[in-house]
Design a protein around this ligand. Structure first.
Ligand code: PDD
Length: 290
């Protein structure tokens, strides 16, 4: 598998970084995950803009222009043995000759990319939805930055795995923030509810696509704080991310999501949004290919 490390394209198995890399010592870096369909990076401009915002947020100069990023990304994608990919980008503050927390001077950032086969939800997950649990959001105050400081996400996600579930939905001060690796949408009385973008959650690229699609198709939606009570009494829930796209959550803390005959099943709004998402993605890819 081809990777990129600091100016060189090389097999992933040959990529090496220093143990003094600040990404390793301090999780001092930012990252992106871009879904690639039929070798086209979906929403690449938006991902590169968010990378810039994350780097600005941690005061790390972007080592590349968007054109340079695009050239590196396209070369990695072209070298892969598979068409649908999940492309990973990481930039850290580099490796100094000592371990000291303030920013080092004269140290080049570490730039690392690799791509792997895109693992999409299974047919069973698509048909039945997935199970999630809730947990307190224990992360820091800048969850809007996509940094590699992911220990809280790791611990929180593992709670779901331990419970035989797929995702953990996080709550802070009685309000929904997001999933451990996804954004969460609530449907209540036909209205799609999305928590507002602020420092408590990552502004998901898929989240933006979903809200654009809701607006385009005239679906009723509101971007506003969503309480724990609204989450628990939701008619429908779904998660979004670059890998999962739009995926129904049909069980929450062991209870079926929704009411009546649809309880515990993917609901109509979720299924409609997933269909709009697939149609939009395929349309974008068709134009990219022409
Ligand atoms: N994570 N919130 C968090 C905490 C995330 O980690 C992610 C995605 C999202 C969704 O963002 P997007 O729609 O841009 O993928 C929201 C990626 C997939 C990851 O860390 O692997």
């Amino acid at each position: 598998m081809t990777a990129y490390l600091n100016g060189r394209f090389l097999p992933l198995s040959e990529a090496r970084i220093s143990p003094l890399d600040r990404g390793f010592l301090f999780a001092d870096g930012a990252y992106e995950v871009i879904p690639v369909y039929s070798r086209y990076p979906f929403r690449i401009d938006e991902h590169l803009r968010r990378l810039q915002a994350s780097l600005d947020g941690i005061r790390l100069a972007n080592p590349h222009t968007p054109e340079q990023w695009r050239a590196i990304i396209l070369r990695i994608i072209a070298a892969a043995q598979f068409d649908d990919q999940t492309l990973y980008i990481q930039v850290t503050r580099g490796a100094d000759s000592k371990r000291d927390t303030p920013f080092p001077s004269g140290v080049a950032p570490t730039v690392f990319l690799f791509t792997a086969p895109l693992i999409s939800p299974t047919a069973e997950q698509r048909a039945s939805g997935i199970a999630a649990i809730t947990a307190e959001d224990i992360r820091w105050g800048r969850c809007d930055l996509k940094t590699v400081s992911l220990l809280a996400n790791v611990l929180t996600r593992q709670l779901a795995v331990d419970a035989g579930c797929i995702e953990t939905i996080m709550l802070r001060d009685g309000f929904l923030t997001e999933g451990s690796a996804s954004n969460i949408f609530v449907v209540s009385d036909g209205l799609i509810l999305a928590p507002p973008k602020d420092q408590r959650m990552l502004a998901g690229i898929t989240y933006d696509v979903v809200l654009e699609l809701a607006a385009k198709h005239g679906a009723a939606y509101a971007v506003r704080p969503v309480s724990e009570a609204e989450l628990r009494s939701a008619d429908e829930l779904w998660m979004t991310s670059s890998n999962k796209e739009v995926l129904a959550i049909t069980t929450l803390d062991g209870q079926p999501v929704g009411h009546g005959a649809l309880a515990g099943k993917p609901g109509p709004v979720t299924r409609q949004m997933h269909a709009w998402y697939c149609a939009f993605r395929d349309e974008v890819m068709r134009h990219a290919g022409s």
